[in-house]
Design a protein around this ligand. Structure first.
Ligand SMILES: NC(=O)CC[C@H](N)C(=O)O
Length: 223
C-alpha cells in the first residue's frame, strides 16, 4: 500500500482531513511536521491552510523550508506531489510549478462551492476522471488568482466552469487566467489546485467528486 506524507507547516489546517481522504482512497497517510524528514514515502501532499499566516505572500516562507528540498527530490524521481490551496501556493513559490497565485480579483477571502471541468486526465491525479467531466468542490482562499506568462510550461488540469462545463467569466471566482483552478508540471506528477478535494471526499460533505484525486494518486503510486 503506497504511503504518503502530509506535510504540516506552522499554520497548516487541512492536514487531518487530507490524511483521512488518502486513507479512504486506499493509501497510507502520515502527517509529517516540516522539521522532520521525508524518508520512505511514495508521495507527498501539501495540504491547505495559512502557513506562516500568509506573510509576505501565501506560501512564500514555507517554500523556503529545508523539507522542500526533499520534496523536489521526490518530484524529480517521478513520485506524486500534490499541493492543495496553500499547498499549491507553496509549490509555485518553490518553483515546482510555474506561474503565481495572486490576490483574488476582488481582494477578499472566498469560501464557496464551484464547478470544475476536468481538462487533463493523463496526470497522476486525474486517471479516474473522464475528460470534460464536470465536478463540484469547495474553494476557500484569498490568493487564488493564477497567472503565468508561459502556458507552454504548464498542463491545465482543472478549470472553473458552469455546471454544464462552459468556461466563462461568470464561472471564474478569482480572476485566474483561462479560468485555471489546477495545473500540473509537464510530467504530470506534480499538481497544484486551489479547490479542496478533501472537502469533497464523502457524500455527507456534499460531494464525493474530490475523492478520485486521491484514488488516482494512490493508483499511480502503485506503479
Ligand atoms: N484554504 C487555504 O489553503 C487558504 C489558502 C491561503 N491561505 C489563501 O487564503 O489564499
Amino acid at each position: 500500500m503506497p504511503k504518503f506524507a502530509v506535510i504540516v507547516f506552522p499554520g497548516t489546517n487541512c492536514d487531518f482531513e487530507t490524511a483521512e481522504a488518502i486513507k479512504k482512497a486506499g493509501g497510507k497517510a502520515e502527517r509529517v511536521w516540516y522539521k522532520e524528514s521525508l524518508k520512505d514515502f511514495d508521495g507527498v501532499v501539501l495540504p491547505g491552510g495559512f502557513s506562516y499566516a500568509d506573510y509576505l505572500r501565501a506560501g512564500a516562507i514555507s517554500a523556503r523550508a529545508e523539507i522542500m528540498e526533499e520534496v523536489k527530490e521526490l518530484a524529480k524521481d517521478g513520485k506524486p506531489v500534490l499541493g492543495i490551496c496553500n499547498g499549491f501556493q507553496i509549490l509555485t513559490e518553490a518553483k515546482l510549478l510555474s506561474g503565481a497565485l495572486r490576490p483574488n480579483k476582488i481582494p477578499r477571502f472566498l469560501c464557496r462551492w464551484v464547478y470544475l471541468r476536468v481538462a487533463d486526465t493523463e496526470t497522476a491525479f486525474t486517471g479516474f476522471y473522464k475528460e470534460g467531466e464536470v465536478i463540484r468542490m469547495p474553494i476557500a482562499h484569498a490568493e487564488g488568482n493564477y497567472y503565468t506568462n508561459d502556458l507552454s510550461k504548464v498542463r491545465i488540469v482543472f478549470q472553473y466552469s458552469d455546471e454544464n462545463g462552459n468556461i466563462n467569466e461568470e464561472a471564474n471566482p478569482n480572476g485566474s487566467i483561462l479560468n485555471i483552478a489546477g495545473i500540473s508540471n509537464e510530467k504530470g506528477n506534480v499538481l497544484g489546485m486551489m479547490p479542496h478535494p478533501e472537502r469533497a471526499s464523502d457524500r455527507w460533505l456534499g460531494s464525493e467528486d474530490g475523492l478520485r484525486v486521491f484514488k488516482s494518486m494512490v493508483e499511480y503510486a502503485k506503479r
